[in-house]
Design a protein around this ligand. Sequence first.
Ligand code: PLP
Ligand code: COI
Length: 345
Amino acid sequence: MVSTMEKANIDWANLGFGYYKTEKRYVSNYKDGKWDEGHITSDENIVLNESAGVLQYAQTCFEGMKAYTTVDGKVVIFRPDLNAQRMYETALRLEMPPFPTDKFIEAVEQVVKANLKYVPPYGTGATLYLRPFMFGSAPVMGVKPSSEYQFRVFASPVGPYFKGGAKPITLKVSDFDRAAPNGTGHVKAGLNYAMSLHAIVSAHKEGYDENLYPDAKTRTKVEETGGANFFFVTKDNKVITPKSSSILPSITRRSIMYVAKEYLGLETEEREIYLEELKDFKECGLCGTAAVISPVGKIVDHGKEICFPSGMNEMGEISKKLYDTLTGIQYGRIDAPEGWIKVIA
Ligand code: PLP
Ligand code: COI
């Protein structure tokens, strides 16, 4: 079905990445050992006990995904099964009752359908960001998991995550750690982002766009940024990405590695990447749902500047090909691999 619905009156092309209240959201509660049926509500507010698990011990996790209007006017979402599965695994790591993966996809679908007028039109550069999340809602006092939980999904139309869109950004090699070797870096726990707030505010004050977090144990290897994974292009056009058990397994990263190999015929490799090697690479980019593919022009490692040959004005050649192919698939201009695109309307 092609969506012909009238759209909200929004200046789509000038949206930043922020919260914009839409009409409907999904909510489901977990009590007495089970999730209820779940329903759509207009109420964006949540009333909680003062001692709720989320408020005291940060028992919360989330996902991030997007709905796109395709070139032929359909509304689609991208690989929602992988978000559902990742949230399932995150919940297990945080001692939360996992939300069933089929219900997760259904909930996301319901929220998109209920907010169709907020799905940005094709060609505006904006998308409808979807935020499934879950938190401990019952009171706790001792340090233990909550006995009750709430799962929600809301939607917000968004523009580019980094101001300037496709303009290369500058990163700082952070002195702070984002994730511990045996911690929660590999899951989407809210606490990982709380950890990164001081680091990102400090980096912004110093004029950087984001942090590169090295591995916490040796501080010699590249991990990720606060909200995206890395990829690099070597001088012989191989696309490589860091292998680590303390970074989030990005769905965008997994997708572009596939695209690099299967659509562009490039060699790919997931391996440990040392800070020492950065100077040898041709291109560097960040990848994620919010970041899409954001080119990195420069990384500053304690005063030492690493400038990528692709420069500070535009995306490098391979990054651009990855970007065009990935977004081509998302916007229906290029045939998607089996199962990547779910049509909602
Ligand atoms: N790394 C971190 C820390 C993130 O928050 C995100 C965003 O979801 C990503 C990587 C990218 O993951 P994905 O491509 O699944 O959005
Ligand atoms: C995403 O890309 O969806 C994220 O969750 C990253 C950031 C906004 C936290």
